[in-house]
Design a protein around this ligand. Structure first.
Ligand SMILES: Nc1ccnc(=O)[nH]1
Length: 161
């Protein structure tokens, strides 16, 4: 696919993601929508459901990834593309990495989200190491720390991911 054709395809899916986001606001959700297009060409939708489900992890991108994994009965979404109405936050990027998604396209960016009152840019700062005070993370090593990995290593029936 040429770059121009890829951009046109991305724009088409991003318009859909933005439509989902706009509709979701009227339905009481956050202003975010996302699509996962799996390798088979099927389109899996997600909208932000944080406040309606009392689920702080229910970002549009995560909801779309969950829908795609459920519909394809596979935790590995390689060959899939994520389209998001807004730049995916670190949670969503990590989710896409774990899902083995090929690539990501987004429309608005973290600064647009910040202007609307969302903390995406702030959390990017946390991960870049400039705002460690937002949430201290401490290691407390204990004698059994390695036991789960030893159990995993020894277990013959494991499903690796
Ligand atoms: N990029 C996003 C930020 C916040 N909520 C979402 O659903 N998506």
């Amino acid at each position: 696919m040429t770059q121009a054709t890829e951009h046109l395809e991305a724009a088409r899916y991003l318009e859909q993601a933005v439509e989902l986001a706009v509709r979701n606001v009227a339905e009481g959700g956050g202003p975010f929508g996302a699509l996962v297009v799996t390798a088979d060409g099927r389109v899996h939708e997600g909208v932000n459901r944080v406040t309606r489900d009392n689920d702080p992890t229910a970002h549009a991108e995560v909801v779309a990834i969950r829908a795609a994994a459920t519909a394809t009965a596979n935790f590995d979404l390689h060959g899939a593309v994520l389209y998001a109405s807004c730049e995916p936050c670190p949670l969503c990027l990590a989710s896409a990495l774990w899902a083995r998604i090929d690539r990501v396209h987004f429309a608005a960016d973290r600064h647009g989200a910040a202007a609307a009152g969302f903390d995406d840019a702030l959390f990017y700062d946390y991960f870049s190491g400039t705002r460690p005070e937002l949430m201290p993370v401490t290691r407390d090593d204990i004698p059994t720390s390695a036991a789960p990995f030893k159990a995993w290593d020894a277990f013959e029936g494991k499903t690796e991911y």
